[in-house]
Each structure stands twice: as structure tokens, then as C-alpha cells.
Write a protein that binds this ligand. Structure first.
Ligand code: CMP
Length: 140
């Protein structure tokens, strides 16, 4: 099915100036960028976005990292977009990510891991709505 997923290029990858290289991977895999914006998250926004992780030991470090600089947020659309984006990203921990994945090539650590992608249709819907009102998504 044609799906949409939320993708975030995290502060580490924005600082490395590889937004374009990461976009090329999405495009070459048949994923279309149908919405995009750069944003400096506030602490409150980052805490809300990652609310499902609020009781995890890494929550504070995750939020600190996500507000350390601007992020690039996009909606990717295409056949099986959620799984396809997760394949392109590779494992959460870059040490475990397959060669040729975004995290293997651009990430430094499990926190500074270059990209985020929705993990399921339900979370994709919530995460897309967090950043983009429907009228700012351009499917064609
Ligand atoms: P992300 O896909 O953005 O979702 C939550 C983030 O928490 C994850 O990527 C990692 O960057 C970060 N994180 C830090 N430690 C862990 C951990 N032990 N397990 C999962 N995610 C972690």
C-alpha cells in the first residue's frame, strides 16, 4: 500500500551538512518528499514528540540531543514507506547498522544516530500530525 512516514534528520546529520545526501537516498529508493521543514525544537516539543520514551533511562539524553540544534523534518510517501525508510536508516545503534545504511554511513552513536523514522502506521499518523497540518502536505 502507499503509505506516509515521518522522517527526522537529527542535529548531528544537519550539522554534518548531509541533508541532501540523505534526501537522495530517499528519492533513489522511490520515496517522495511530500512535506518538509527545518525546525529548532523546544524542550517541551521534544519531550512531547518522544513521550512514549519518557520512562526510559535514555530520555533526558535523547531530549538534550534533539534540541542541541535544528532538525530537518519530512513526510515521505511511497509503497511501503514505513518499512522502506527503516531499511534505509538501518539499526538504531549505528554499530549494529548494515553497511550502506544511513546510520552506518552518517551516525556516530545511539543518540547521535542521524535519523528518526516512524515505526508503524499508527505512530506515523501521530508523528506526521505533530509537525504538519494536512494542508501543508503536497501529495501531487
Ligand atoms: P529514534 O528512532 O529517534 O527513537 C528514540 C531514540 O532514542 C532512538 O532513535 C535513539 O536515538 C535514542 N536511544 C538512546 N538510547 C536508546 C536505547 N537504548 N534504545 C533505543 N533508543 C535509544
Amino acid at each position: 500500500a502507499i503509505e506516509r512516514t515521518l522522517s527526522i534528520i537529527k542535529p548531528d546529520a544537519v550539522a554534518k551538512n548531509v541533508i541532501g545526501q540523505i534526501y537522495a537516498r530517499f528519492e533513489n529508493a522511490g520515496l517522495k518528499i511530500v512535506a518538509a521543514r527545518m525546525v529548532q525544537l523546544s524542550r517541551q516539543e521534544a519531550e512531547q514528540f518522544y513521550g512514549v520514551h519518557k520512562d526510559r533511562p535514555f530520555f533526558k539524553d535523547l531530549v538534550d540531543f534533539m534540541i542541541s540544534g535544528p532538525v530537518m523534518v519530512q513526510v515521505l510517501e511511497g509503497e511501503g514507506a514505513i518499512a522502506k525508510n527503516r531499511e534505509l536508516m538501518g539499526a538504531t545503534d549505528p554499530k549494529k547498522a548494515d553497511a550502506g545504511t544511513i546510520r552506518a554511513d552518517f551516525a556516530d552513536s545511539i543518540d547521535a544516530n542521524a535519523v528518526h523514522g516512524s515505526d508503524a502506521p499508527e505512530t506515523a499518523q501521530v508523528e506526521i500530525a505533530f509537525f504538519f497540518p494536512a494542508l501543508n502536505i503536497y501529495s501531487r
